[in-house]
Write a protein that binds this ligand. Structure first.
Ligand code: KG4
Ligand code: ZN
Length: 337
Protein backbone atom coordinates (compact mmCIF):
# COMPACT_ATOMS: atom_id res chain seq x y z
CA UNK A 1 0.00 0.00 0.00
CA UNK A 2 1.01 3.61 -0.62
CA UNK A 3 0.63 6.52 1.84
CA UNK A 4 1.07 10.20 0.99
CA UNK A 5 2.54 12.22 3.90
CA UNK A 6 2.24 16.01 4.05
CA UNK A 7 4.10 18.38 6.36
CA UNK A 8 3.75 22.17 6.71
CA UNK A 9 4.06 22.88 10.45
CA UNK A 10 6.95 25.36 10.29
CA UNK A 11 9.33 26.45 7.53
CA UNK A 12 9.45 23.35 5.34
CA UNK A 13 6.74 22.24 2.92
CA UNK A 14 7.13 18.53 2.34
CA UNK A 15 5.29 15.71 0.58
CA UNK A 16 6.34 12.09 0.44
CA UNK A 17 5.04 8.78 -0.80
CA UNK A 18 5.96 5.69 1.17
CA UNK A 19 5.18 2.11 0.26
CA UNK A 20 4.51 -0.54 2.89
CA UNK A 21 5.64 -3.98 1.75
CA UNK A 22 5.08 -6.82 4.20
CA UNK A 23 4.87 -4.30 7.04
CA UNK A 24 8.22 -2.70 6.07
CA UNK A 25 8.14 0.98 5.00
CA UNK A 26 10.09 2.13 1.92
CA UNK A 27 10.46 5.77 0.90
CA UNK A 28 9.43 6.19 -2.76
CA UNK A 29 9.78 9.99 -2.73
CA UNK A 30 10.38 12.68 -0.10
CA UNK A 31 10.31 16.23 -1.47
CA UNK A 32 11.25 19.00 0.95
CA UNK A 33 10.80 22.65 -0.12
CA UNK A 34 12.71 24.73 2.42
CA UNK A 35 11.81 28.36 3.11
CA UNK A 36 15.03 29.00 5.01
CA UNK A 37 16.43 31.55 2.54
CA UNK A 38 13.28 33.70 2.90
CA UNK A 39 13.25 33.65 6.72
CA UNK A 40 17.03 34.10 6.96
CA UNK A 41 16.50 37.74 5.93
CA UNK A 42 14.63 38.30 9.21
CA UNK A 43 16.80 36.09 11.47
CA UNK A 44 13.93 33.69 12.24
CA UNK A 45 10.65 32.27 10.96
CA UNK A 46 8.02 34.91 10.14
CA UNK A 47 4.70 33.03 10.53
CA UNK A 48 2.70 34.93 7.92
CA UNK A 49 5.47 34.56 5.34
CA UNK A 50 5.68 30.85 6.17
CA UNK A 51 1.95 30.37 5.54
CA UNK A 52 2.11 32.16 2.19
CA UNK A 53 5.16 30.17 1.08
CA UNK A 54 3.39 26.89 1.99
CA UNK A 55 0.40 27.94 -0.13
CA UNK A 56 2.71 28.59 -3.10
CA UNK A 57 4.63 25.32 -2.75
CA UNK A 58 2.18 22.71 -1.58
CA UNK A 59 0.43 21.76 -4.79
CA UNK A 60 3.63 21.52 -6.86
CA UNK A 61 5.57 19.45 -4.34
CA UNK A 62 2.64 17.05 -3.84
CA UNK A 63 2.47 16.25 -7.56
CA UNK A 64 6.27 16.08 -7.66
CA UNK A 65 6.18 13.49 -4.85
CA UNK A 66 3.57 11.42 -6.70
CA UNK A 67 5.50 11.67 -10.00
CA UNK A 68 8.79 10.67 -8.42
CA UNK A 69 7.09 7.70 -6.75
CA UNK A 70 5.55 6.82 -10.12
CA UNK A 71 2.02 6.50 -8.79
CA UNK A 72 -1.33 8.24 -9.26
CA UNK A 73 -3.77 9.55 -6.66
CA UNK A 74 -6.04 6.53 -7.19
CA UNK A 75 -3.30 4.21 -5.88
CA UNK A 76 -3.06 5.94 -2.48
CA UNK A 77 -4.49 4.09 0.53
CA UNK A 78 -4.36 7.20 2.74
CA UNK A 79 -3.31 10.85 2.95
CA UNK A 80 -1.55 11.66 6.24
CA UNK A 81 -1.07 15.28 7.28
CA UNK A 82 0.54 17.08 10.23
CA UNK A 83 -2.30 18.71 12.16
CA UNK A 84 -0.37 19.59 15.38
CA UNK A 85 1.81 21.13 16.81
CA UNK A 86 3.27 24.09 14.93
CA UNK A 87 2.51 27.54 13.56
CA UNK A 88 -1.24 27.63 13.24
CA UNK A 89 -1.39 29.38 9.85
CA UNK A 90 1.28 27.07 8.43
CA UNK A 91 -0.46 23.93 9.73
CA UNK A 92 -3.78 25.09 8.26
CA UNK A 93 -2.31 25.16 4.75
CA UNK A 94 -1.33 21.48 4.90
CA UNK A 95 -4.52 20.42 6.69
CA UNK A 96 -6.83 22.15 4.21
CA UNK A 97 -4.88 20.95 1.17
CA UNK A 98 -4.86 17.35 2.46
CA UNK A 99 -8.55 17.51 3.31
CA UNK A 100 -9.45 18.69 -0.20
CA UNK A 101 -7.19 16.12 -1.85
CA UNK A 102 -8.55 13.27 0.28
CA UNK A 103 -12.23 14.09 -0.03
CA UNK A 104 -12.15 15.01 -3.74
CA UNK A 105 -10.48 11.67 -4.50
CA UNK A 106 -12.23 9.56 -1.85
CA UNK A 107 -9.02 8.66 0.00
CA UNK A 108 -8.96 8.15 3.80
CA UNK A 109 -7.46 11.13 5.68
CA UNK A 110 -5.24 10.68 8.75
CA UNK A 111 -4.25 13.45 11.19
CA UNK A 112 -0.68 13.15 12.47
CA UNK A 113 1.08 14.73 15.43
CA UNK A 114 4.41 16.20 14.30
CA UNK A 115 6.29 14.94 17.39
CA UNK A 116 5.08 11.38 16.82
CA UNK A 117 6.12 11.87 13.19
CA UNK A 118 9.70 12.71 14.21
CA UNK A 119 9.87 9.53 16.28
CA UNK A 120 8.52 7.48 13.35
CA UNK A 121 11.66 8.47 11.35
CA UNK A 122 13.55 5.94 13.51
CA UNK A 123 11.72 3.01 11.92
CA UNK A 124 13.25 3.88 8.54
CA UNK A 125 16.69 3.59 10.15
CA UNK A 126 16.12 0.05 11.38
CA UNK A 127 13.47 -2.30 9.95
CA UNK A 128 13.55 -4.43 13.08
CA UNK A 129 12.85 -1.56 15.52
CA UNK A 130 9.68 -2.22 17.52
CA UNK A 131 8.16 -0.53 20.59
CA UNK A 132 8.63 -0.32 23.49
CA UNK A 133 11.66 1.99 23.47
CA UNK A 134 12.80 5.36 24.76
CA UNK A 135 12.90 8.26 22.27
CA UNK A 136 14.44 11.72 22.44
CA UNK A 137 12.97 14.45 20.22
CA UNK A 138 15.27 17.45 19.88
CA UNK A 139 14.21 20.11 17.40
CA UNK A 140 13.62 23.82 16.97
CA UNK A 141 10.39 23.50 18.93
CA UNK A 142 10.86 20.43 21.14
CA UNK A 143 13.25 18.84 23.58
CA UNK A 144 11.57 15.89 25.23
CA UNK A 145 12.06 12.27 26.21
CA UNK A 146 9.21 9.85 25.46
CA UNK A 147 8.44 6.31 26.45
CA UNK A 148 7.14 4.84 23.19
CA UNK A 149 4.81 2.15 24.54
CA UNK A 150 3.34 1.23 21.19
CA UNK A 151 3.41 2.63 17.62
CA UNK A 152 0.73 5.18 18.53
CA UNK A 153 0.93 5.26 22.33
CA UNK A 154 3.46 7.63 23.90
CA UNK A 155 4.15 8.82 27.42
CA UNK A 156 6.19 11.97 28.14
CA UNK A 157 9.06 11.15 30.52
CA UNK A 158 10.73 14.57 30.54
CA UNK A 159 10.56 17.81 28.64
CA UNK A 160 11.89 21.35 28.47
CA UNK A 161 10.37 23.87 30.84
CA UNK A 162 11.08 26.77 28.47
CA UNK A 163 13.01 26.89 25.18
CA UNK A 164 13.92 23.99 22.93
CA UNK A 165 17.53 22.95 22.25
CA UNK A 166 17.30 24.03 18.57
CA UNK A 167 16.02 27.46 19.54
CA UNK A 168 18.87 27.77 22.07
CA UNK A 169 21.44 26.94 19.36
CA UNK A 170 19.84 29.26 16.77
CA UNK A 171 19.66 32.21 19.17
CA UNK A 172 23.36 32.21 20.11
CA UNK A 173 24.39 31.42 16.53
CA UNK A 174 22.45 34.53 15.45
CA UNK A 175 24.17 36.72 18.06
CA UNK A 176 27.49 35.45 16.70
CA UNK A 177 26.43 36.58 13.21
CA UNK A 178 25.45 33.25 11.61
CA UNK A 179 22.45 33.17 9.28
CA UNK A 180 19.20 31.54 10.47
CA UNK A 181 18.99 28.71 11.37
CA UNK A 182 22.50 28.62 12.77
CA UNK A 183 22.36 25.14 14.35
CA UNK A 184 24.32 23.33 11.63
CA UNK A 185 27.01 26.07 11.31
CA UNK A 186 27.34 26.17 15.11
CA UNK A 187 27.88 22.38 15.06
CA UNK A 188 30.86 22.80 12.68
CA UNK A 189 32.31 25.81 14.52
CA UNK A 190 32.36 23.88 17.81
CA UNK A 191 35.16 21.65 16.44
CA UNK A 192 37.51 24.65 16.35
CA UNK A 193 37.01 25.62 20.00
CA UNK A 194 37.78 24.40 23.51
CA UNK A 195 34.72 23.01 25.26
CA UNK A 196 36.25 23.73 28.68
CA UNK A 197 36.99 27.38 27.87
CA UNK A 198 33.76 28.81 29.36
CA UNK A 199 31.78 27.35 32.30
CA UNK A 200 28.18 27.74 31.11
CA UNK A 201 25.32 26.60 33.40
CA UNK A 202 23.84 23.18 32.73
CA UNK A 203 20.40 23.03 31.06
CA UNK A 204 19.66 19.84 33.04
CA UNK A 205 17.22 20.62 35.87
CA UNK A 206 18.77 19.42 39.14
CA UNK A 207 17.16 16.50 40.92
CA UNK A 208 15.31 13.30 40.19
CA UNK A 209 13.48 14.47 37.06
CA UNK A 210 14.04 14.29 33.30
CA UNK A 211 13.47 17.94 32.48
CA UNK A 212 15.52 20.68 30.85
CA UNK A 213 15.67 24.46 30.95
CA UNK A 214 17.65 26.26 28.25
CA UNK A 215 16.81 29.86 29.14
CA UNK A 216 19.53 30.20 31.83
CA UNK A 217 22.18 28.84 29.47
CA UNK A 218 21.04 31.22 26.72
CA UNK A 219 21.11 34.23 29.06
CA UNK A 220 24.53 33.26 30.39
CA UNK A 221 25.96 33.04 26.85
CA UNK A 222 24.35 36.37 25.89
CA UNK A 223 25.83 38.05 28.97
CA UNK A 224 29.24 36.58 28.17
CA UNK A 225 29.12 37.90 24.59
CA UNK A 226 27.66 41.30 25.51
CA UNK A 227 30.13 41.69 28.40
CA UNK A 228 33.06 41.23 26.03
CA UNK A 229 31.52 43.55 23.41
CA UNK A 230 30.98 46.29 26.00
CA UNK A 231 34.74 46.18 26.54
CA UNK A 232 35.10 46.49 22.77
CA UNK A 233 36.53 43.01 22.35
CA UNK A 234 35.03 40.17 20.38
CA UNK A 235 34.89 36.88 22.31
CA UNK A 236 36.28 33.73 20.69
CA UNK A 237 33.33 32.36 18.68
CA UNK A 238 34.69 28.83 18.44
CA UNK A 239 35.23 28.59 22.21
CA UNK A 240 31.66 29.79 22.78
CA UNK A 241 30.30 27.23 20.27
CA UNK A 242 32.34 24.41 21.82
CA UNK A 243 31.51 25.27 25.46
CA UNK A 244 27.83 25.93 24.73
CA UNK A 245 27.47 22.74 22.70
CA UNK A 246 29.28 20.86 25.46
CA UNK A 247 26.77 22.12 28.05
CA UNK A 248 23.76 21.17 25.87
CA UNK A 249 25.13 17.74 24.96
CA UNK A 250 26.17 16.86 28.54
CA UNK A 251 22.71 17.78 29.87
CA UNK A 252 20.88 15.74 27.25
CA UNK A 253 23.15 12.72 27.73
CA UNK A 254 22.72 12.94 31.52
CA UNK A 255 18.90 13.06 31.42
CA UNK A 256 18.60 10.36 28.76
CA UNK A 257 20.95 8.12 30.74
CA UNK A 258 18.83 8.68 33.89
CA UNK A 259 15.63 7.95 31.94
CA UNK A 260 17.11 4.73 30.54
CA UNK A 261 18.04 3.62 34.07
CA UNK A 262 14.64 4.51 35.46
CA UNK A 263 12.55 2.89 32.70
CA UNK A 264 14.88 -0.09 32.21
CA UNK A 265 14.57 0.44 28.46
CA UNK A 266 17.26 -1.30 26.39
CA UNK A 267 16.48 0.50 23.12
CA UNK A 268 16.86 4.21 22.46
CA UNK A 269 16.21 6.42 19.42
CA UNK A 270 16.73 10.11 18.71
CA UNK A 271 14.87 12.33 16.24
CA UNK A 272 14.25 15.97 15.29
CA UNK A 273 16.43 18.57 13.56
CA UNK A 274 18.96 18.83 16.42
CA UNK A 275 19.49 15.04 16.19
CA UNK A 276 21.64 16.00 13.16
CA UNK A 277 24.14 17.58 15.61
CA UNK A 278 27.32 15.53 15.25
CA UNK A 279 28.52 16.16 18.84
CA UNK A 280 25.18 14.99 20.24
CA UNK A 281 25.11 11.93 17.96
CA UNK A 282 28.62 10.93 19.04
CA UNK A 283 27.97 11.47 22.76
CA UNK A 284 24.67 9.57 22.73
CA UNK A 285 26.30 6.70 20.78
CA UNK A 286 29.10 6.51 23.31
CA UNK A 287 26.71 6.55 26.28
CA UNK A 288 24.56 3.80 24.73
CA UNK A 289 27.61 1.68 23.98
CA UNK A 290 28.81 1.97 27.58
CA UNK A 291 25.38 1.02 28.93
CA UNK A 292 24.78 -1.80 26.42
CA UNK A 293 21.77 0.01 24.91
CA UNK A 294 20.73 -0.54 21.29
CA UNK A 295 20.87 2.93 19.71
CA UNK A 296 18.82 3.62 16.57
CA UNK A 297 19.95 6.77 14.81
CA UNK A 298 18.07 8.03 11.72
CA UNK A 299 20.13 9.46 8.86
CA UNK A 300 20.49 13.25 9.02
CA UNK A 301 18.04 13.96 6.14
CA UNK A 302 15.27 12.23 8.07
CA UNK A 303 15.99 14.11 11.33
CA UNK A 304 14.63 17.44 10.04
CA UNK A 305 11.00 18.01 9.04
CA UNK A 306 9.90 15.79 6.15
CA UNK A 307 6.79 14.18 4.73
CA UNK A 308 8.06 10.58 4.94
CA UNK A 309 8.02 10.57 8.76
CA UNK A 310 4.44 11.93 8.66
CA UNK A 311 3.39 9.25 6.15
CA UNK A 312 4.78 6.48 8.37
CA UNK A 313 3.24 7.85 11.55
CA UNK A 314 -0.02 8.12 9.57
CA UNK A 315 0.28 4.46 8.56
CA UNK A 316 0.45 3.43 12.23
CA UNK A 317 -2.64 5.52 13.00
CA UNK A 318 -4.35 4.02 9.92
CA UNK A 319 -3.72 0.50 11.23
CA UNK A 320 -5.39 1.54 14.51
CA UNK A 321 -8.46 2.59 12.48
CA UNK A 322 -7.98 6.31 13.07
CA UNK A 323 -9.57 8.50 10.35
CA UNK A 324 -10.10 12.26 10.12
CA UNK A 325 -13.04 13.94 8.40
CA UNK A 326 -13.87 17.36 7.02
CA UNK A 327 -14.05 18.77 10.55
CA UNK A 328 -10.28 18.27 10.99
CA UNK A 329 -8.66 21.44 12.33
CA UNK A 330 -5.06 22.40 13.06
CA UNK A 331 -3.82 22.79 16.64
CA UNK A 332 -0.76 24.83 17.67
CA UNK A 333 0.20 22.56 20.57
CA UNK A 334 0.74 18.81 20.80
CA UNK A 335 -1.49 16.62 22.98
CA UNK A 336 1.87 15.16 24.13
CA UNK A 337 3.02 18.52 25.54
O1 KG4 B 1 12.95 19.27 13.40
P1 KG4 B 1 13.27 20.56 12.72
O2 KG4 B 1 13.63 20.52 11.25
O3 KG4 B 1 12.09 21.58 12.87
C1 KG4 B 1 11.33 21.66 14.04
O4 KG4 B 1 10.38 20.83 14.19
O5 KG4 B 1 11.68 22.54 14.85
O6 KG4 B 1 14.47 21.23 13.55
C2 KG4 B 1 15.05 22.45 13.18
C3 KG4 B 1 16.13 22.79 14.18
C4 KG4 B 1 16.72 24.20 14.02
O7 KG4 B 1 16.74 24.82 15.28
C5 KG4 B 1 18.13 23.93 13.50
O8 KG4 B 1 19.09 24.91 13.84
C6 KG4 B 1 18.44 22.63 14.20
O9 KG4 B 1 17.24 21.87 14.07
N1 KG4 B 1 19.58 21.92 13.60
C7 KG4 B 1 20.74 21.70 14.26
C8 KG4 B 1 21.59 21.01 13.36
N2 KG4 B 1 20.92 20.85 12.18
C9 KG4 B 1 19.68 21.41 12.35
N3 KG4 B 1 21.10 22.01 15.52
C10 KG4 B 1 22.33 21.63 15.90
N4 KG4 B 1 23.21 21.00 15.11
C11 KG4 B 1 22.89 20.66 13.83
N5 KG4 B 1 23.75 20.00 13.05
ZN1 ZN C 1 10.08 19.14 13.48
Amino acid sequence: MYILGMESSCDETSASVIEIVGGVPKIKSNIVASQISVHALYGGVVPEIASRAHVEAISGITYQALDEAGIGLSELSAVAVTSSPGLIGALLVGVNFAKSLAFANDIPLIAVDHVKGHIAASYFADDSLKPPFLALVVSGGHTAIYHVKDYTDFETVGTTRDDAAGEAFDKIARVLGMPYPGGAAFDKLAYDGNKNAIAFPSPAIAGDNFDFSFSGLKTSALNYINGARQKETEPDHADIAASYTGAVVAAIVKKVSMALDKTGSKVFTVAGGVAANSHLRAALSEMCEEKGIRFVLPEKQLCGDNGAMIALSGYFEYLKGKRADTSLNACAYSPLD
